[in-house]
Write a new protein. Structure first.
Lengths: 288, 255
């Protein structure tokens, strides 16, 4: 047998053929993937079962599964070409991602942001945040976010104040939350509580800026509270005596007030006996 | 450890570190841990959790794969290649052979886990997010690898590598699903059926005792009691499995 018959088979054509086939398969796959991307509706992850079942199937890898689904959700919900992308929004965040890892705070915050800013469903966001608050009792950012949704989107200031109160129970809470909390009481129609909270901030804060802001609120709220107190006393005086008081001091003499309140500058409130109305002599700082 | 077991263990370790599968797994693990950095850039919020989750999951997956893929062939391959006859012709007890093989793979896993942990902590230190609490999770994962290795060697003593692989992986899956027996028991009306469930729960390996990954990533404490329990559970269950493996191998006919 000749030496050529023993020559090892040449590998180059085989390698070249393999490389060619791999390139063709790669190009075909990339083309198909691009076509799928163009049709943004193809989203198999949307139809995942509840996180409770996924947790069982995850065999202890539920935290990383939550990470992967969270990363996917960010890409999916930031794709503005998908018009109906909010159909399974609550299922993905509330029933899947946060079910897999209930202590993972970021999905609650980002999910709530998408629900309010994009899907315009603040109540859905509050349901998600309520779940986060339940599973992360020491965290302040979740109740703060819920309070902000109530304040900014629903305009339910009493509910916002209740969420801010939960946030304030955390020792790590940001100081700004106290200011939100104080202001919510005022917007909810409770200026006395708001005044008490703002006064507390003014008395305890070391930050000159915060003290100035707090004082502005204390100033205007004190005027509002005092004028309201005087108006009620005048009303009761009129009801009892059948005439308006000649002076504000008559309210104290009649036992309707313990003492006349002084305005924030320490002066007396003005009184118009003809109209029976008390007024502040100065001007309100915040103009409300 | 008696000298003969140590000699077999060191030989098994030398054999294992020549195994290309080990290096392949290690390279993939190291690459995946580094990938965590890239993946974390896609998130909105804290990167820290994603890097830690990826790191711990990688150590877990590749540790289990190493335990299974190397463990299943430890005894059966020696029998297949007939190299076991050379060893057993010497004054070596069969149990010493099994234990030597086991401890050799334990040493391999120790080195493997140490390399992955060093990479992981290197990345965490570079990012400024290193957390000593994660070490507890890695210690418990290592204990899990020891238990899985014991199971793999048990099956390796009684069957071929493919069957051993399937059985070991099946027990790994079951070991993480034992809690589902509680759900089943709640639905069962028969006291006998509930008792059978309880027996299964007690007899099958409960790997959830070794899983605190989620806990440590969220900074939740892992009590000394939990750690001690995991060590105790491994000592009891692992020893029982190894004794069973020794008993099976002692009665095995060599042809």
């Amino acid at each position: 047998m000749s030496a050529a018959a023993y020559r090892r088979p040449r590998r180059l054509p085989l390698l070249a053929a393999a490389l060619g086939l791999l390139t063709a398969a790669g190009l075909a796959s990339a083309g198909a993937a691009a076509a799928r991307r163009a049709d943004g509706r193809i989203t198999p992850l949307l139809y995942l079962p509840s996180g409770r079942y996924l947790k069982a199937a995850a065999l202890g890898f539920d935290p990383i599964l939550a990470d992967v689904l969270y990363l996917w959700s960010i890409q999916y919900y930031s794709n503005y070409r998908i018009e109906d992308r909010y159909l399974y929004l609550e299922h993905i965040y509330r029933d899947v991602i946060t079910e897999l890892d209930p202590r993972y705070v970021d999905p609650y915050l980002v999910g709530a942001l998408i629900m309010t800013a994009e899907a315009r469903q603040p109540e859905m966001a509050l349901r998600l945040l309520d779940k986060g608050i339940e599973h992360n009792p020491g965290d302040w950012i979740l109740p703060f976010e819920a309070g902000y949704v109530c304040y900014n989107d629903i305009k339910d200031y009493g509910r916002a104040a209740r969420y801010f109160e939960i946030a304030l129970r955390s020792p790590e809470v940001h100081p700004a939350v106290r200011r939100f909390h104080a202001e919510m009481h005022n917007r909810a129609g409770d200026p006395r509580t708001s005044l008490r909270e703002w006064a507390s901030i003014w008395e305890t804060s070391d930050d000159p800026y915060v003290r100035t802001v707090a004082w502005n609120h204390v100033h205007d709220l004190r005027v509002e509270v005092d004028i309201t107190t005087l108006r009620h006393a005048i009303g009761r005086f009129v009801a009892a005596r059948g005439r308006r008081p000649a002076r504000l001091e008559d309210l104290v003499a009649a036992g309707l007030l313990d003492a006349l309140p002084a305005d924030p500058e320490g002066g007396a409130y003005a009184y118009d006996p003809a109209r029976g109305e008390a007024a502040y002599r100065g001007s309100r700082i915040l103009g409300r | 450890m008696p000298g003969r077991i140590l000699a077999i263990a060191l030989n098994t370790f030398r054999e294992a570190i020549r195994n290309r599968i080990l290096y392949l797994l290690l390279v993939f693990a190291v690459a995946l841990i580094l990938c965590a950095q890239a993946v974390s850039l896609m998130t909105v919020g804290s990167e820290e959790k994603i890097i830690k989750d990826f790191g711990l999951a990688t150590i877990d997956i590749f540790g289990v794969l190493t335990s299974v893929l190397l463990g299943i062939g430890l005894v059966s391959r020696e029998i297949e290649r007939r190299t076991v006859y050379v060893l057993l012709a010497k004054p070596i007890h069969r149990a010493e052979f099994v234990l030597g093989k086991y401890f050799g793979l334990v040493l391999t896993l120790l080195v493997n886990t140490a390399v992955m942990t060093a990479w992981f902590f290197g990345l965490l230190v570079a990012k400024g997010i290193a957390d000593a609490g994660l070490a507890k999770a890695i210690v418990l994962l290592f204990l899990q690898f020891l238990l899985i290795t014991a199971l793999a060697i048990l099956f390796s003593c009684m069957s071929n590598p493919i069957i051993s692989c399937i059985l070991t992986l099946a027990l790994y899956v079951i070991g993480h699903l034992l809690w589902s027996f509680d759900l089943l028991k709640a639905r069962l009306t028969s006291a006998t059926a509930r008792a059978i469930c309880t027996v299964f729960q007690a007899v099958l390996p409960n790997l959830s005792h070794f899983d605190v990954k989620g806990q440590v990533v969220h900074g939740l404490p892992v009590s000394a009691g939990d750690m001690a329990f995991a060590f105790g559970y491994l000592a009891l269950y692992g020893t029982a499995i190894l004794l069973l493996a020794c008993a099976i191998f002692q009665r095995r006919e060599m042809q």
